[in-house]
Design a protein around this ligand. Structure first.
Ligand code: SF4
Length: 363
């Protein structure tokens, strides 16, 4: 299990590694770049480079994870690549079926193969199946996803490199949207994301805006981070810690809005997940200043964020319909919310009890 910086998950698990490019969305493949780096660092798991490699030893790993969490399956590969045999995919599914307290988020660009193999797989409630769609040319992946027996189906519209005006969300539970990052990135038009957000709203589908391009902050009206609203048995008593991160980010944004332009730039980069060390190097180059000076400014901003952890707080119990709770607007209304814990009730709940931690200093 590796902790993940990916906003919509918590950790990653890679029972296979390696892949090859299938469409325009693969142009700047993060997995390929990282694989080269890990191979050069001598990591045994990556010595085959970007060639599909099966890791039998990984299949046992989730049995040792006791706490519920969200796991992105194969951030460094594609489970449904033609070189991954059905028998191995079935072994991965067996592990997922036998660890129902863990939510698995499986994402592929090989949607046709998922549809083809669906009947040979056991789709327990804890498996969320998603396809990546970067532009209109690969919309057929959504039709193939709809043919599968997955209980929760999602779309990752990232990197979004074109508009999707004909997106049909029937049968889809969750949409993640995001722009491209990395050298040579193709910019996302915020209007494409707004159109998708509005489509989700009209279709009662959860929407999660992941990023613009890691450097440009997400516009306020797009900063919505919802999760699938189907609360099934595997979500019982599960703490959705990413909601906590979302509410903290809202509080951090309020702090950033009051800062000078330079500190504002630092704050926004930190909120968008940029590593403080690489940020210091980037800013030092950009502003022609020594790296330690940039580091000192970064420390100042991080101290302001750290205060969010230490302010005196009290906990209040609340109850509201799930639909309201999962929208970030519901959370935003509570401008002083620091912390949110969701406890799903037995079965399919229509209301949900939760706790908020209120910053007493601001009261
Ligand atoms: S399918 Fe995913 S992992 Fe494979 S090359 Fe494309 S972007 Fe990379």
């Amino acid at each position: 299990m590796s902790k993940s910086n990916i906003e919509w998950t918590e950790v990653t698990w890679n029972p296979t590694t390696g892949c090859d490019k299938v469409s325009a969305g693969c142009k700047i493949c993060y997995a390929e770049v990282l694989t080269k780096r890990l191979k050069a660092m001598g990591q045994p798991k990556y010595q085959n480079g970007f060639k599909i490699t099966l890791h039998e030893e990984e299949l046992k790993r989730p049995y040792g994870w006791n706490k519920p969490c969200m796991v992105f399956v194969n951030s460094m590969s594609d489970l449904f690549h033609k070189d991954v045999p059905l028998e191995f995919i079935q072994k991965v599914f067996k592990t997922m079926n036998e660890t129902p307290h863990i939510t698995y988020q499986v994402l592929t660009k090989r949607a046709e193969r998922v549809a083809e193999l669906s009947k040979f797989l056991t789709w327990s409630d804890n498996i969320w199946m998603g396809v990546s769609v970067e532009d209109e040319r690969v919309m057929d992946r959504i039709d193939h996803l709809k043919m599968t027996n997955a209980k929760i189906k999602f779309l990752s519209l990232e990197p979004l490199i074109g508009p999707l005006p004909n997106l049909n969300l029937d049968g889809i539970h969750w949409v993640i949207c995001g722009g491209e990052s990395g050298h040579g990135r193709r910019p996302i038009d915020p209007e494409w994301a707004r159109e998708i957000r509005d489509n989700c709203l009209a279709s009662n589908v959860s929407f999660f805006m992941k990023q613009m391009d890691k450097k440009i902050p997400i516009p306020d009206d797009l900063f919505i981070r919802q999760y699938p609203t189907i609360i099934n048995n595997q979500l019982k008593s599960q703490k959705l810690t990413n909601m906590k991160a979302t509410t903290k980010n809202l509080a951090k944004q309020e702090i950033v809005a009051t800062l000078s332009p330079f500190k504002k730039e630092i704050g926004e980069a930190l909120i968008n997940g940029e590593n403080p060390e690489t940020l210091a190097i980037r800013l030092a180059e950009k502003r022609a200043m020594p790296v330690p000076t940039a580091q000192a400014y970064i420390t100042m901003v991080r101290k302001l964020f750290d205060k969010l952890e230490t302010e005196p707080t009290k906990i209040e119990q609340k109850e509201m319909p799930i639909q309201e709770l999962v929208t970030s607007n519901a959370v935003k209304k509570e401008s002083d919310v620091q912390h949110i814990i969701i406890d799903a009730q037995e079965g399919v709940a229509t209301t949900i009890k939760f706790e908020i931690t209120i910053n007493l200093k601001n009261k």
